[in-house]
Design a protein around this ligand. Structure first.
Ligand SMILES: C[S@@+](CC[C@H](N)C(=O)[O-])C[C@H]1O[C@@H](n2cnc3c(N)ncnc32)[C@H](O)[C@@H]1O
Length: 202
């Protein structure tokens, strides 16, 4: 089961050696660029953990960034790495299965989190949280394991996604703008197939 303790232990073993580590969040930044998201946009990174996306966004001049994760160790690594810049980021320690977004964000970003939700009820709750945390015009960027992706990650089983599954998640409230298959190269050199989707809320 995906508990905070499980993820704390994984991060404590070294965030840069974890399979999902990437030195730069290049694809996410490219997608924001393609969607013409301005640096004044509010962005929530769902299951941010120790991700470097917050570093990249800060360097680009984004000023309204929220990182949500249930692992305090993961978030602490990102905070410490950012140094003083961390003070302008909103850090929320919460389980996204029960989290109520305190506001609507212009951008919902999720890399490698949704696929850990195995129960249909949790996926349905994720969808409800996505809707509660966005508004018409918001964009969603979601990167999950694709049809040929791994069946386990971080010692946990995952649900692999195809475009039809993502479309069901987005429902009629979102219009899919793009979906692309891309390989992530892990620190150990292995590759993992991701399905990246960008969508705009109607
Ligand atoms: C594979 S890591 C990806 C981290 C980050 N998005 C990245 O791209 O580096 C999955 C992250 O999701 C978080 N996570 C998993 N289940 C969660 C849940 N139910 N609520 C909040 N965070 C969760 C984990 O703590 C971990 O940081």
């Amino acid at each position: 089961m995906s508990t905070p303790t499980h993820w704390d232990t994984a991060y404590a073993a070294g965030d840069t050696t974890r399979g999902w580590y990437q030195p730069q969040a290049a694809r996410s930044v490219d997608m924001l660029d393609q969607l013409e998201v301005g640096t004044d946009a509010s962005i929530v990174d769902i299951g941010a953990g120790a991700s470097v996306l917050v570093d990249d966004l800060t360097a680009l001049g984004f000023t309204d960034i929220t990182c949500v994760d249930h692992s305090p160790v993961g978030l602490a690594i990102a905070r410490e790495r950012l140094g003083a810049a961390a003070d302008s980021v909103t850090w929320i320690e919460a389980d996204l299965r029960t989290w109520s977004p305190p506001r609507e964000y212009d951008v919902w970003h999720d890399r490698a989190v949704l696929h850990f939700l195995l129960d249909d009820a949790d996926v349905e709750r994720y969808r409800a949280t996505l809707l509660a945390g966005t508004h018409p015009g918001s964009v969603a960027i979601i990167g999950v394991f694709g049809p040929e992706g791994p069946q386990m990650c971080a010692g946990l089983p995952v649900r692999r996604y195809d475009v039809a599954m993502i479309d069901r998640l987005l429902g009629t409230e979102f219009e899919r703008v793009s979906s692309n298959i891309a390989d992530h190269v892990r620190p150990d050199g292995d590759t993992q197939q991701y399905l990246w989707t960008a969508a705009r809320r109607r």
